[in-house]
Write a protein that binds this ligand. Structure first.
Ligand code: HEC
Length: 211
């Protein structure tokens, strides 16, 4: 007797069942997720990132920030993410629907950045921190990214508005200033856009207890 047809059916079943489990069911559960509109406040969440922030996501990916930073908040009871102030609620699939590449990360050499845009919205802080983390966070093990900045002579009308306020050992030579390149501006816009705390039915934001 030939086992050919039996073997064929066995292989077909194995492949079909893994396709159902790994592709079809996840697609049915998550593939149709859309923005959520809060009927009370008319707030829409999540919002797509603006152009420059979207390009900044590519810089974040290319520079390998994901090797040291996560972008995912664990639920209460599964870690201290919320107690540490990294988020007001756990993150869920819907938070990431606008991201082409989702950079969840697995290592936390540095803090989680899911909500860094809420924690730190000041661009000049981010520029200084990227230029050299020692300026804002002495003792940091984060690498510096000086190649995202250019040292240029100060023009006849004085320093430009986006020049970094650098002092002491970090200051450029007299007559020069350090300014962000387009890459740095895009990256910082991306960091400022990282805010995953919209109220969602599947992940409600915990209301502050009245004191
Ligand atoms: C080698 C690991 C490492 C890499 C790579 C790294 N970081 Fe960091 N990052 C850290 C550490 C450690 C800290 C905490 C100390 C500090 O603030 O510098 C930090 C802090 C930060 C903070 C401040 C977080 C807060 O809660 O205050 C931001 C923003 C940040 N990193 C962005 C980036 C970006 C953007 C990149 C990629 C260009 C990057 N990091 C790459 C380790 C890293």
């Amino acid at each position: 007797m030939s086992y050919g047809p039996l073997l064929f059916l066995g292989i077909l079943f194995t492949l079909a069942s893994s396709w159902v489990g790994l592709v079809l069911i996840p697609q049915r559960q998550l593939g149709a997720l859309e923005q959520f509109t809060d009927t009370n406040t008319a707030a829409i969440y999540p919002q797509a990132r603006a152009g420059q922030a979207q390009q900044g996501a590519e810089q974040y990916r290319a520079l390998g920030c994901v090797y040291c930073h996560t972008q995912q908040i664990r639920p209460e009871g599964y870690g201290a993410d919320i107690t540490r102030g990294w988020g007001r609620r756990r993150t869920v699939s819907r938070d990431y629907i606008h991201d082409k590449t989702v950079m969840l990360g697995t290592m936390r050499t540095g803090p989680d950045l899911t909500n860094i845009g809420e924690r730190q919205s000041d661009s000049s802080w981010h520029f200084k921190h990227l230029y050299n983390p020692q300026i804002t966070s002495a003792g940091s093990v984060m690498p510096s990214y000086p190649f995202l900045f250019e040292t240029r002579p100060i023009g006849p009308f004085g320093s430009s508005t986006n020049a970094l306020a650098l002092q002491g050992v970090f200051a450029p030579p007299v007559g020069f200033e350090v300014g962000p390149t387009l890459r740095a501006k895009q990256l910082v816009e991306y960091l400022r856009s990282l805010k995953s705390s919209g109220d969602l039915p599947e992940a409600p934001v915990k209301k502050e207890e009245p004191k």
